[in-house]
Structure formats: C-alpha cells, structure tokens
Design a binder for this molecule. Sequence first.
Ligand code: CUA
Length: 163
Amino acid sequence: MSSIHIDPLEKKWIWAVGTIVVLTWIVQLYYAIADSIHPPSNVEVIDSAKLHMTEEFAEKNLGVKKEEDGSYTVTMVAARYGFYPPMIEVPVDTKVKLRIASFDVLHGLHVPGSNMATMVVPGYVSEVTTAFTKTGDFPMICNEFCGLGHDYMYAKVRVLAKQ
Ligand code: CUA
C-alpha cells in the first residue's frame, strides 16, 4: 500500500489555507461572543404583497410601542425607497425589539454603531433585539442594493435620555 504523494509546496498551501480558515472562525466566534454579533434567528413568513392587510403591519399600527415589561417594540415596513415610519424615538439603555417586513424587494437595515443590522427579505419578518447605549440621532440605512433609489433609502433613530 503506497501513501498518496503530496507535493511539498502543495502541502504548505494546504496548511496556509487551513490556518486562514481556522483564524477566520476564531475572529467570527470572538465578535459573535464579545459584540453579540450574530445572524438573526427569527424565521417567520408573511405575504409581502398583503402587508397592509395584516394587523401588525397595517399603516396605522406601525411605529414604537411600549410593552408592559418596560421594553419597546418597533414595527416597520421597508419599501422602495424608505423605511416607514421614517423616524423612530426610543429611550437609551432599554430593550428594543424591531420587527420589520419588506413590501417589495430585498432590503437591508443597519444602524451604525449598534448591532441592529439585518436583511429584510420579502416573504419574511425580520426581528432584531438591541439596546441603544448612546443618546442622539442615528441613521438607519438600507445596505442591500434595492434599485435606483437605494442610496436615498434611510430612516432616523432618535435615542432619548431615560425619563
Ligand atoms: Cu432598500 Cu437598498
């Protein structure tokens, strides 16, 4: 029985690639744990063409709601080319659960400086929970190319001091 011959140079590259893969895993694991960065795990389907006919995503029910436990729920719709409502106000250091659905195509959502980032895939409800740690106005930007108006698709998050 003869063992497979591997060229020494090839062997070096196998190790190099293997090392890069393992380092990448370590970096991802580090940020997943240290900064709580991870893909949203919520899987919930919805008919994107009929958002306005649902209770939760009807226009009059969008926006910020305070829950009984003191946390907040934000319900939004992403549609070319904006987030609705275009501005939300939430208190600092408070649990905020964002639920958002797309009315048309694939959008993304990112609030720089926070872990609020998710894809908004038509047909699904995206859910992200966070707590903003700084007061002030922050942009909520679309980070998935969704058409000619993509660059202009944003909303504002106003984080207020606790009362
Ligand atoms: Cu919506 Cu890009």
